[in-house]
Design a protein around this ligand. Structure first.
Ligand code: ADP
Length: 504
């Protein structure tokens, strides 16, 4: 259990497994938007609350400034007559009330920059010449939110409407004083903190639910893939050789289909290998058995005539030749089965090569009185493996002679286009039955076993030929009619394609 958790965590850190990726994706999708939204909402709340507070406060300060003007507060602040004192007390009460409500401080500054009223009573009589105050005297209001120290600062002009004496008594607005106000943002901060705490609790619940969901989903969604691995392992370890099925996802179906196909082809390969070994043993045993019978009959008989000895010995020699031929063909086939084996590619004059092969085979054809004709449509220079091409042409022409009738003919035709050259070998021989055609390239397959043996076939010639053609990335096709003849056509690219056949 501990190792499983350790393994899971290390996969999670490296993000190597699908499970850890699903886990992280769900976590990110579930948690990040919540966090961002929380910050956005809290930040937005604070800004909006400060602006609203500024609007309300500014409205009230403007009203107070109006009262200051109507009561000539700036001019009469040092007067001591009862009426003025009564008026001043009304204004002072208004200022105190404002300070109480907003937990703030108001300084009233006259045009000499003297503080004539401070609701905290600390700065009265002092002079304030600050940039904000100067600007406010020019009619520009200031607003400043000091988030760090937790207060809002604003200036309000105290505006008088005066009639100008010069040009016809036009009414002008003149700033004769400034209210410098600072209020705390404590209530805003408190609401923000409450909001923050509540959203943090919600966020933590969301995180916990998301983590649980991420664990459950990452397990559930990857389970079919684990089942695929288990099923493949079962087959691999030999507990089962049934075709497996995990139909949960299209992807698992595809993986399993590919695996089942691999399994089938492996089985076919195993079977064909077993067949091959059985065939090889059988083919090798047959000449041995004949030799044994021949030798034993000589040993068990007394006074065997010399002629019989010679005849039996000749038979033994031909059986040895046959055994030799089978082994040579098998070696050629095995060599070609090594897929990675390098092709020895050179540019070969196929016309000359065919002529040479036909010259070598002519005596055999003559023995059967078979006419051997070569027709070349053009000169063909191709990139091929000369030894393998020789094998292809010899096997096809040898077969065409072997499976021919007396006084028959064999025609070899060579032609080419810009991409491929085509070599066709047709004969007037015994032909191949239609039903046998698909099997003729199989190892040890012979249409007429006894006759073929008499002729000297091993059943490996066409298997070798087909392999050699495929190694050149070519094709071989056959058309045949029983007792009329056959035609084998080989088509090979003029320029060798470098990728190897075994990798296809
Ligand atoms: P073999 O060594 O027996 O000739 P091959 O693999 O070359 O083996 O050929 C397989 C079988 O195909 C032969 O046994 C023969 O029955 C048939 N065959 C091949 N070529 C011809 C042909 N030109 N005409 C008739 N039958 C043929």
């Amino acid at each position: 259990m501990l190792t499983t958790i350790k393994e899971y965590l290390s996969q999670l850190i490296r993000l190597h497994s699908l499970r850890s990726r699903i886990f992280v994706i769900i976590l990110v999708i579930g948690i990040v938007p919540g966090i961002l939204m929380r910050y956005a909402i809290i930040e937005n709340y604070e800004q909006r609350a400060v602006l609203r507070r500024q609007d309300t406060v500014q409205d009230q300060l403007t009203t107070i400034a109006g009262h200051l003007v109507t009561n000539n507060y700036l001019e009469n602040y040092q007067q001591t007559d009862p009426q003025t004192i009564a008026n001043k007390n009304v204004i002072n009460a208004e200022l105190e009330m404002f300070s109480g409500i907003y937990d703030g401080r108001i300084l009233i500054i006259n045009s000499n920059f003297n503080v004539i009223r401070d609701t905290y009573g600390l700065s009265e009589g002092k002079t304030i010449i600050s940039e904000e105050v100067m600007k406010c005297f020019q009619g520009e209001r200031m607003f400043n939110y000091d988030e760090k120290n937790g207060f809002i600062e604003l200036t309000t002009p105290i505006v008088y409407s005066v009639q100008a004496d010069d040009d016809g008594g036009e009414v002008k607005n003149v700033v004769r004083g400034v209210m410098l106000t600072s209020i705390t943002n404590a209530s805003i901060v408190e609401t923000r903190n409450v909001l923050y705490r509540q959203s943090l609790i919600i966020e933590m619940i969301v995180v916990m639910v998301t983590v649980a969901l991420a664990i459950v989903l990452s397990y559930a969604l990857t389970k079919p893939f684990i089942r695929v691995t288990e099923a493949i392992n079962e087959v691999k370890e030999g507990y089962s050789d049934e075709a497996i099925s995990v139909p949960e996802y299209v992807e698992t179906v595809h993986i399993i289909d590919a695996f089942n196909q691999l399994l089938r082809s492996k089985r076919t390969l195993d079977e064909s290998r077993q067949d091959f070994v059985a065939n090889v043993s059988h083919e090798l045993k047959t000449p041995m058995a004949s030799m044994k019978v021949l030798a034993e009959s000589l040993i068990t008989q007394d006074n065997v005539p010399v002629e019989l000895y010679r005849e039996f010995m000749n038979d033994i020699v031909s059986e040895i030749d046959r055994e030799n031929q089978i082994i040579t063909d098998l070696l050629a086939l095995v060599k070609m089965d090594k897929r990675a084996q390098a092709m020895n590619i050179t540019t070969v004059n196929v016309n000359d090569l065919t002529e040479l092969i036909l010259k070598r085979l002519r005596p055999i054809a003559r023995k059967k009185d078979v006419e051997l004709v070569f027709e070349s449509m053009r000169q063909v220079m191709a990139e091929v493996d000369e030894v393998k091409l020789t094998m292809i042409i010899s096997n096809l022409v040898e077969n065409a002679i072997k499976y021919n009738k007396d006084h028959g003919w064999v025609r070899v035709e060579l032609d080419a286009d810009h991409q491929y050259f085509t070599l066709s070998v047709s004969d007037s021989g015994v032909g191949i039955p239609q039903e046998a055609l698909p099997q003729i390239y199989e190892r040890f397959y012979r249409v007429d076993k006894s006759h073929s043996r008499e002729i000297g076939g091993t059943g490996l010639g066409l298997a070798i030929t087909k392999n050699a053609v495929l190694l050149h990335r070519g094709t071989i096709t056959v058309t045949s009619k029983e007792s009329e003849g056959s035609c084998f056509v080989v088509r090979i690219p003029m320029n060798h394609i470098t990728s190897r056949i075994g990798e296809r």
